[in-house]
Design a protein around this ligand. Structure first.
Ligand code: PEP
Ligand code: MG
Length: 584
């Protein structure tokens, strides 16, 4: 009898294969007291475990094939850096010495403390990174419990490095970046995890690798047996079990169809995104890591529409300096060989304890607090090096600078003044930069969208961040599962603000792009074209599908329908017109 499990589909595609249940045998951690005379031995035992964990990760790092997506190696590097960070190397030692507790327990205390801090973070991406803390702590705890200095005793390693995964659907509680690397090129069909969301490691890496994945399938390992035939639908977030020949035939057909479509789409690389009525649309990519630029080049995007620079600030106690910023930006410039790159200044959340106490205190409402440009303007010691680096990078390629979460025009004036000061500083240092570096703003707050004309007057371009714009317009915390059902990109208020922003930019004669998740979701492409959007920025993997929809669309007709949509107050008519747009 067939039945299904449901989760969040985070990487599209259909997989048909047998399950491989990844049981991690996480050791039970208990507390015990260390006698006075051997406390230093316990400290040494802890330091040894860090060293073994480091060797394990280095070994895995060396296995990253040159063809792997940039995310993979960068995640391992982040874990290696964490193992050197005082939060792991010093804090547990103080706990062992002060409380005379065992090393495993000291790590647990430190882990709980760090997780609590991460959970209060405003930025959903950084919030998801609490998984990194867990992965690193678990690795060290396993070394401590097994007391075996050989890295091959790592059960994950032994399991995953074997070649038993060919054709398998991996089912796990959660997956570490190291897991994913060990599994690469072993013919894994799909990932299913019990935890994680669209921004988890599993999700990001699965998308980069083009492997279907469903996350957040509660108790998946309770329902699924080992070596059980299943179908994974990575688009709908469904796992089908108890398969019969009819279902198998149907999904084999869908799988073939999907592959055929992918082959067709790959022919669109390098072709222009021009609509049926000859309107040229710019298709740009969003990136998080310098290494992601390779995927942007592979898909032949028009450039980078959003480079999220928050990664540079993660897993460290201090802010990156000017040279570190610059090195990352130069890497992207070099990879993209002349395509424009929009670097967004730090969009960090309100909570700063984990990164050396920068910014303000933890507040009850971090999304409305000191985040993004507000924090940068408050912490110039952190902001100025980034400004200098972006300016210096502009001497090497077509760079643009973009400011997140503007809500008040005076923030723009402050930024422009700081940029002028920075230019003067660089001139005095004899360093080159683009005197006309374009500076744009993200429209993510309803106040900024309503006053878009004001922002357009002082900025060189605008970019609509719908992830935040929807959050703030509809008063829905974008990371709160309880209200997720209200997160509606099609809400008339959201569409009115998007339309108004685009129109304001057009009237001012400046480009307006859209770089939230909506841009990469083909269900909204025609609607956005109808609202007048001419530049989209999205995850590179979705770009060709969006291009196909654009090539099949007629902007003139869509604009006409969108006009009717924005005018109607009849809810049934609204739904009908939306359907009309989707089918046009
Ligand atoms: C957005 O808010 O739509 C956006 C692109 O920025 P981020 O998701 O990084 O907040
Ligand atoms: Mg945003």
């Amino acid at each position: 009898m067939p039945f299904s499990l449901h989760g969040i589909g985070v990487s599209r595609g259909y997989a048909i294969g047998r399950t491989y249940l990844l049981q991690r045998n996480q050791p039970e951690i208990t507390e015990y007291t260390i006698p006075d005379n051997i406390v230093e031995d316990e400290v040494q035992r802890f330091l040894n475990s860090l060293e073994i964990a480091r060797r394990q990760l280095q070994d895995i790092r060396m296995r990253v094939p040159p063809t792997a997506p940039g995310d993979a190696a960068a995640f391992i590097d982040a874990h290696l850096l964490m193992l050197q960070d005082a939060m792991f190397t010093e804090a547990p030692i103080h706990l062992i010495r002060d409380r005379h507790c065992n090393a495993e327990w000291a790590l647990k205390i430190q882990r709980d403390l760090l997780i609590e801090i991460f959970e209060q973070m405003d930025d959903p991406y950084l919030r998801t990174r609490k998984d990194d803390i867990d992965h690193v702590v678990r690795r060290v705890q396993r070394v401590l419990v097994t007391e075996d200095p050989a890295y091959l005793s790592d059960p994950d390693y032994a399991d995953l490095a074997s070649s038993r995964l060919e054709g398998r659907v991996i089912v796990a509680d959660d997956m570490t970046p190291a897991d994913t690397i060990l599994m690469q090129h072993q013919g894994v069909q799909a990932f299913v995890t019990e935890y994680g969301g669209p921004l988890s490691h599993t999700a990001i890496l699965a998308r980069s690798l083009g492997i279907p994945a469903v996350v957040g399938v509660r108790n998946a390992r309770g329902y699924l047996g080992h070596d059980e035939p299943v179908i994974v639908d990575g688009r709908q977030g469904v796992i089908l079990i108890g398969l019969d020949e009819r279902i198998l035939r149907y999904y084999r057909h869908k799988q073939r169809e999907e592959r055929r479509q992918q082959r067709e789409l790959s022919k669109l690389k390098g072709k222009p995104a021009i609509t049926r009525d000859e309107v040229t649309i710019g298709l740009y990519a969003n990136i998080e890591l310098p290494e992601d630029a390779t995927a942007v080049r592979d898909v032949m995007a028009d450039g980078v529409g959003l480079y999220r620079t928050e990664f540079l600030f993660m897993n460290r106690a201090d802010a990156p300096d000017e040279e570190e910023h610059l090195a990352s930006y130069l890497h992207v410039i070099k990879t993209l060989e002349g395509s424009p790159i929009t670097i967004r200044t730090a969009d960090l959340g309100a909570d700063k304890q984990v990164d050396g106490g920068r910014g303000g205190p933890v507040t009850t409402n971090p999304a409305l607090g000191l985040r993004a440009i507000r924090m940068c303007l408050k912490d110039l010691g952190m902001f100025r090096p980034q400004l200098r680096a972006i300016l210096r990078a502009s001497a090497h390629g077509p760079v643009r600078m973009m400011i997140p979460m503007l809500s008040n025009i005076h923030e723009v004036f402050q930024v422009l003044r700081l940029v002028d000061e920075t230019k003067q500083e660089l001139r005095e240092r004899g360093l080159a930069f683009d005197e006309r570096l374009p500076i744009g703003g993200m429209i993510e707050v309803p106040a900024a969208a309503v006053c878009a004309a004001q922002f357009a007057r002082y900025m060189d371009f605008l970019s609509i961040g719908t992830n935040d714009l929807i959050q703030y317009t509809l008063a829905i915390d974008r990371v709160d599962d309880e209200v997720n059902y209200l997160f509606d990109p099609l809400h008339p208020a959201v569409l009115t603000l998007i339309h108004h922003t685009i129109r304001s930019g057009q009237k001012a004669g400046i480009p307006v792009s859209l770089c939230g998740e909506m841009a990469g979701d083909s269900r909204y492409t025609r609607l956005l074209l109808g609202l007048g959007l001419t530049e989209f920025s999205m995850h590179p993997t979705g770009l060709l599908e969006i291009k196909k929809v654009i090539q099949d669309s007629h902007v003139g007709e869509l604009k006409e329908i969108a006009r009717r949509l924005l005018r109607t107050t009849d809810i049934e008519k609204y739904a009908e017109i939306l359907k009309d747009i989707a089918q046009n």
